[in-house]
Design a binder for this molecule. Structure first.
Ligand code: P1T
Length: 398
């Protein structure tokens, strides 16, 4: 089945009880049992909910996953993966990540005794050097937020496998429409569904698409003699989803199911508009440099062409000057909304150093390249002409 058909039909059947064509919102916390322990597959909505089940089933089909689990935010899904680990374990993480991801690694998981090495994963030698006896996970984004670095997913996940580590790719920027990391060798593909998958800026939710596998025998934390540790990656994450309880409500699941129906057409338009805007910005005298993997000038263009079927709707650019010029420009856009987040139908624009990546220490931001004249754009699906006219008038004022 082609992707365009899957987003409408895969995993979504008329409701077995009523024939309702659209998945009903099962707005219930609990379910009647005929006898203690005898029920119809649903006991309590933290554990499972029928609306959520349909969403998880459809998501798995979109990304060639054996299973999908959804969470109440992208960060909650990342935290579930971190909970597979225990004190003493080591993680190799990409050096350019969403600020909140960096924060949960550096301020929360590190506090629990998990060690992190933040590495430029474009450099294979640096990746190989970073492994220790304790490395259990390699985590990265591609393209990265906000520097738009393209990481070779096939190569990095292969190297992780050679070292017996799990690999997880944050696929938020590309969506399953343009990139499917599990098909390139990753064990987990994570999404902030707050972005493209929902697509309408009205839900916060996360997902883990999983290629299930046997896990090594459980160690300390899983070895409570009264506790039979799940044996596979999916079973462990499913256990954590329920045990920690950061699950989304059925209404939000319904909204994402509704958003997914237009994922293919939205992504096509996002990418088409982004191509026009990237070329406009690249030729503008007030723009120093544009970072968009679809441009031939992008150092990761060839890898992106190999591992994605399109270049998405996200880009960053350096405006000539510094913070005053960036601020003036951002204060003057009219059609673009100055706001955090991305991936909605409406165009958003923001200043990573002050907004989305403020939780990364200033020194580290500078090392990665998140400078005061860096602007990030989430290109929406409006008319490209109108968007370009808006950027043009705001650049004139910068
Ligand atoms: O916001 P939440 O749904 O919890 O997802 C966190 C997250 C994870 N990964 C990536 C690549 C992300 O971009 C995000 C959230 N990002 C923004 C809010 C932003 O403006 O970049």
């Amino acid at each position: 089945m082609d992707f365009e058909t899957k987003v409408i039909h895969a995993g979504v059947e008329p409701d077995p009880l009523t024939g309702a064509v659209m998945t009903p919102i099962y707005q219930t916390s609990t379910y009647a049992q005929e006898s203690p322990g005898h029920h119809r597959g649903y006991e309590y909505s933290r554990t499972d909910n029928p609306t959520r089940t349909v969403l998880q089933t459809q998501l798995a089909e979109l990304e060639s996953a054996t299973h999908t689990l959804v969470f109440s935010s992208g960060l909650a899904s990342i935290d579930a993966v971190l909970n597979l680990l225990q004190a003493g374990d080591h993680v190799i993480a990409g050096d350019d990540l969403y600020g909140g991801t960096y924060r949960v690694f550096d301020k929360v998981a590190a506090h629990r005794g998990i060690a992190f090495s933040f590495v430029d994963l474009r450099d294979e030698a640096k990746l190989r050097q970073a492994f220790t006896q304790s490395t259990k996970l390699v985590w990265f984004e591609s393209p990265t937020n906000p520097m738009m670095n393209v990481i070779d997913i096939r190569s990095v996940t292969q190297i992780a496998r050679e070292h017996g580590a799990l690999s997880a790719v944050d696929n938020t920027f590309m969506s399953p429409y343009f990139q499917r990391p599990l098909e390139l060798g990753a064990d987990i593909s994570m999404h902030s569904m707050t972005k493209y998958l929902n697509g309408h800026s009205d839900v916060v939710m996360g997902a883990l698409m999983i290629r299930d596998k046997e896990m090594k025998s459980p160690r300390k934390v899983w070895s409570d003699p009264d506790f039979s540790a799940p044996k596979t990656l999916y079973a462990r994450l499913k256990f954590l989803q329920n045990a920690i309880g950061a699950t989304p409500g059925p209404f939000d699941c319904f909204l994402v199911l509704r958003g997914i129906k237009t994922l293919a057409v939205r992504m096509q338009r996002h990418a088409e508009n982004a191509g026009h805007i990237a070329r406009f910005l690249e030729s503008h005298p007030k723009v120093e440099r544009v970072l968009y993997p679809g441009l031939e000038s992008h150092p990761g263009h060839a890898i992106a062409e190999r591992q994605t079927s399109g270049f998405g709707g996200m880009m960053t650019f350096f405006i000539r000057g510094g913070l005053p010029e960036a601020r003036k420009f951002l204060e003057n856009v009219k059609l673009f909304t100055l706001a955090e987040s991305l991936g909605g139908v409406e165009s958003l624009i923001e200043h990573p150093a002050i907004m989305t990546h403020a939780s990364i220490p200033a020194e580290k931001r500078r090392e990665i390249g998140i400078l005061d004249n860096l602007v990030r754009v989430s290109v929406g699906i409006e008319s490209a002409n109108d968007l370009i006219a808006d950027l043009d008038q705001a650049l004139a004022k910068a």
